[in-house]
Design a protein around this ligand. Structure first.
Ligand SMILES: Nc1nc2c(c(=O)[nH]1)N[C@H]1C(S)=C(S)[C@@H](COP(=O)(O)OP(=O)(O)OC[C@H]3O[C@@H](n4cnc5c(=O)[nH]c(N)nc54)[C@H](O)[C@@H]3O)O[C@H]1N2
Ligand SMILES: Nc1nc2c(c(=O)[nH]1)N[C@H]1C(S)=C(S)[C@@H](COP(=O)(O)OP(=O)(O)OC[C@H]3O[C@@H](n4cnc5c(=O)[nH]c(N)nc54)[C@H](O)[C@@H]3O)O[C@H]1N2
Ligand SMILES: [Mo]
Length: 759
């Protein structure tokens, strides 16, 4: 069987480079969306479907987790939301004939783009041991196969139950319930690779691992810092919120190694002014070196401490713990060290301080640029220190705003998808369902891969996602997957995880958000939680892609009945018939969901309680908000090396590739590019347009190589480089992870660039 990850298709992948843009959205965004949507759905379906996104009676956009505003009578136009919808509502189909024509060996040579473009999965498919073709299988037989393998395990902890973040609250709740009744907390999820560092840092410091602001807080803020995030591509609706915040007088500081077009200027396609001129969003751009953020915030904290009257002393006295120790550490912050770590100038930091001191209400937003480094947890804790110093948590217009990725990743966690569940959650499950849930910690993503590698885990089950492409260290991950006895994927679309399998494999096709979910009791709604803790209903309207699809809750319910049999007293059948009965149970198990069915029926849904935001109460170990005083860290680069971040282009959704353009960065028709600062390129003798191999350097001495990348001279910070994920996941070592959160450090990969042999 082919084991090499596929290269980009050499004919298709021929990057053309025009230089970065300085504004996002506007007319080209609409044209681009309609083109992609109509290719997938045709004209009529495009119009009907796009009108339903994020409407009161419509479906939750399967794009990002950014909240919706109140005004939902006109769809808020979002290019990448529309692409996410088109990808799911496509009219293309992957049928049993397709699998008869394409062997698994063949599929393993195809690019992720090609696989995704084939369309929606229509039938449950089974790959028997030793076979090279998937064959159609009945649902009953599929559940039998899974039950056979699960019930043959020496321990329930030899099974892994992965979740990606599109799964609804109802499906997620059932799924974790099933895993725990089966007997394991092995519930790794995409969050382990995403905002785990935020969760770890926030739980310790403010007592809850979620952001503390609502949408209206953005409109009340004086200052919004956007650090390590590219909303123009990944959370486009956030740009309208930032525009509105600016209209209300807010200033914006962007902290990023790249000048991201969306943060420079936003051309709101909803307004005539927006279409013509747009709004400049960023007031101050801090072009930071990768990994320099902790040093930046530490120095700012020192400067705040040294400014007469700048500290909110009453807040610090009443609500915080650990101030003295933190202040002592902050006073040691060193200007020269900070300038070296950040690559910023003294003037820029002084200007930042002026803006910080002028603001009474400050919000810090962040995403993967802060979470995917070795020292991400201390970095985010330093952001918390920064906000606590001036009392910027638990008051309107202020707070922490980690901007989540997948549309229900936050809800999945709330429903108990977590390998280290809180004892109180398990107690509530035990009381409600009358079984003893396992208490030991399970495996996260990285540990799950290691467990398969070491033959400690033998069955891998995925509720969505594309585990082998999203995970780090592609070769190691794929080798680990191939050791499993059985790999199962509940999926909407074909992806590489279906082609890199255990001895046996199953593909279980499921409904997407956009589709009608009809059960015995009638049409069902599901619920989701956005990045700001708002819970609301989602109702699909489209006819399902095939009559053979089952919904995610139905798949879990049937699987649980088959695997657990008579041992389970849980009413799985009832849950499948009527999801309202699942919500009744959630209401009794998860705090904040009291009276769930009634409250979610209200238009717009409801906000989950958040003690620090609502009442300045901090449910931490000390009962206060905790200042912390970790030593400052930043990456140190050996000579002649660059620090590579692996990020998203404008035409992708994680491992799903919509197209080969990255419009705002001026790159077309190819993805194998590496962005390098022209001065670094001159020193390293790398001409624009030349081809290099990216070679990872890590302490284990293993050579990790991603061949054939076109060098693009690009205004990134010095010493830094950028390439797209997932092509570069081969370079991220499995054990290069963030301290504490164990999130792969996929934004700090030390590489050398070697001229390609083919150049
Ligand atoms: N269209 C679309 N939408 C998406 C996704 C998608 O793939 N496509 N993915 C979804 C998911 S799951 C997630 S988690 C989010 C991801 O949303 P983002 O976090 O915006 O995604 P990335 O492309 O990884 O961008 C990281 C940003 O951080 C910057 N950065 C990198 N390193 C550093 C650093 O050390 N310091 C600072 N200050 N900045 C740094 C990069 O230059 C880049 O601007 O988006 C979600 N929404
Ligand atoms: N190097 C590097 N690696 C990274 C990152 C990075 O920045 N750099 N980012 C990380 C982050 S933030 C994340 S969140 C992960 C993403 O990891 P995943 O969530 O595992 O990956 P996705 O690409 O979002 O998964 C796409 C697949 O999900 C399936 N799918 C889509 N919708 C549904 C649905 O409604 N139900 C079901 N059952 N399946 C569905 C489709 O089959 C599709 O092929 O990747 C991580 N990996
Ligand atoms: Mo994510």
């Amino acid at each position: 069987m082919a084991s090499k990850p596929p290269m980009g298709d050499p004919v298709q992948d021929a990057p053309e480079v025009a230089g970065p843009k300085h504004a996002a959205a506007g007319l080209p965004a609409i044209g681009h969306t309609l083109r992609i949507a109509q290719q997938q759905m045709g004209v009529k379906r495009t119009a009907l479907t796009l009108l339903r996104v994020n409407q009161k009676n419509g479906f939750d956009c399967p794009g990002c987790a950014w909240p919706e505003g109140d005004k939902r009578h006109t769809a808020e136009f979002c290019e990448n939301g529309a692409k996410a919808v088109a990808e799911e509502a496509t009219l293309r189909r992957v049928t049993p004939d397709f699998f008869a024509a394409h062997s698994v060996t063949d599929l393993a040579t195809r690019s992720g783009y090609w696989l995704g473009q084939q369309g929606r999965l229509t039938h449950p498919m089974y790959l028997p041991e030793g076979a090279d073709h998937y064959e159609p299988v009945t649902w009953d037989r599929a559940f039998d196969i899974i039950a056979e393998e699960l019930n043959a395990l020496a321990s329930p902890d030899e099974a892994l139950f992965y979740t990606s973040g599109r799964t609804s609250n109802e499906a997620a709740f059932l799924y974790q319930l099933f895993a725990r009744e089966f007997g394991t907390n092995n519930l790794p999820d995409c969050s382990n690779m995403c905002h785990e560092s935020s969760g770890s840092a926030l739980t310790e410091t403010i007592g809850i691992g979620k952001g503390s602001v609502l949408l209206e807080d953005l409109y009340k803020a004086d200052l919004i810092v956007v650090a390590g995030q590219n909303p123009g591509t990944n959370h486009p609706r956030m740009l309208s919120a930032l525009e509105k915040a600016k209209a209300g007088g807010a200033k914006i500081i962007s902290v990023n190694p790249l000048p991201e077009a969306g943060l420079e200027r936003f051309k709101n396609p909803q307004t005539p002014h927006g279409m013509l001129r747009g709004t400049a969003l960023t007031d101050l751009f801090l072009q930071i070196r990768i990994g320099g953020d902790q040093a930046l915030f530490r120095l700012l904290n020192k400067l705040i401490l040294e400014t007469e009257g700048a500290v909110d002393e009453e807040f610090v006295r009443e609500h915080t713990h650990g101030y003295e120790e933190f202040a002592a550490a902050a006073r040691d912050a060193d200007w020269d060290e900070t300038l070296a770590a950040t690559g910023l100038t003294r003037e820029q930091i002084e200007e930042t301080l002026r803006m910080v001191l002028a603001s009474k209400r400050t919000i810090v937003c962040w995403a993967m640029g802060l979470t995917q480094h070795k020292h991400s947890v201390p970095t985010i804790r330093e952001v918390v220190n920064f906000l606590l110093l001036r009392g910027n948590i638990g008051r309107p217009g202020a707070g922490v705003c980690p901007v989540r990725g997948h549309s229900n990743v936050q809800g999945d966690r709330t429903m108990g998808i977590f390998e280290r569940p809180a004892p109180a959650f398990l107690d509530a499950l035990e009381k409600e369902f009358g079984f003893a849930p396992p208490r030991g910690h399970g495996y996260d993503v990285v540990r799950a891969i290691e467990a398969m590698r070491d033959d400690k885990a033998k069955v891998f089950f995925a509720m969505g996602g594309n585990f082998v492409s999203a995970s780090p260290d592609t070769d190691a991950t794929e080798a680990a997957m191939r050791r499993a006895r059985l790999t199962v994927h509940v999926s909407t679309k074909l992806n590489r995880s279906h082609a890199v399998t255990g001895a046996r494999a199953l593909i279980l096709p499921t409904l997407g958000r956009t589709e009608r979910d009809l059960q015995v009791s009638g049409e069902q709604v599901v619920t989701v939680e956005d990045s700001m803790g708002m819970v609301h209903a989602s109702r699909g309207r489209l006819k399902p892609a095939s009559e053979h699809l089952l919904s995610e809750p139905a798949i879990v319910a049937r699987l649980a009945r088959r695997v657990l049999g008579e041992d389970s007293r849980t009413p799985w059948e009832e849950f499948e018939k009527d999801y309202a009965t699942i919500r009744d149970r959630i209401a009794r198990v998860v705090p904040g969901f009291e009276d769930f069915n009634a409250r979610v029926a209200r238009p717009g849904g409801f906000a989950l309680p958040h003690a620090p935001r609502d009442e300045r109460r901090f449910p931490t170990a000390t009962g206060k908000a905790n200042f912390t005083a970790a030593p400052v860290e930043y990456p140190e680069l050996p000579a002649g090396r660059l620090l590579l971040q692996t990020l998203r282009s404008h035409d992708q959704y994680n491992t799903t590739i919509y197209g080969l353009d990255d419009r705002y960065r001026g790159i077309r028709n190819g993805r194998r590019v590496v962005l390098v600062n022209p001065e670094d390129a001159a020193e390293l003798d790398l001409a624009d347009g030349s081809y290099v191999d990216l070679v990872g350097e890590w302490k284990d001495g293993v050579e990790r190589r991603a061949p054939g990348f076109r060098v693009v001279h690009y205004p990134t910070a010095r010493g830094c480089a950028a390439s797209y994920y997932p092509e570069t996941n081969v370079l991220v070592p499995l054990d290069s992870t963030a301290d504490i959160s164990n999130t792969p450090a996929s934004k700090s990969v030390v590489v050398r660039l070697e001229q390609s042999a083919t150049d």
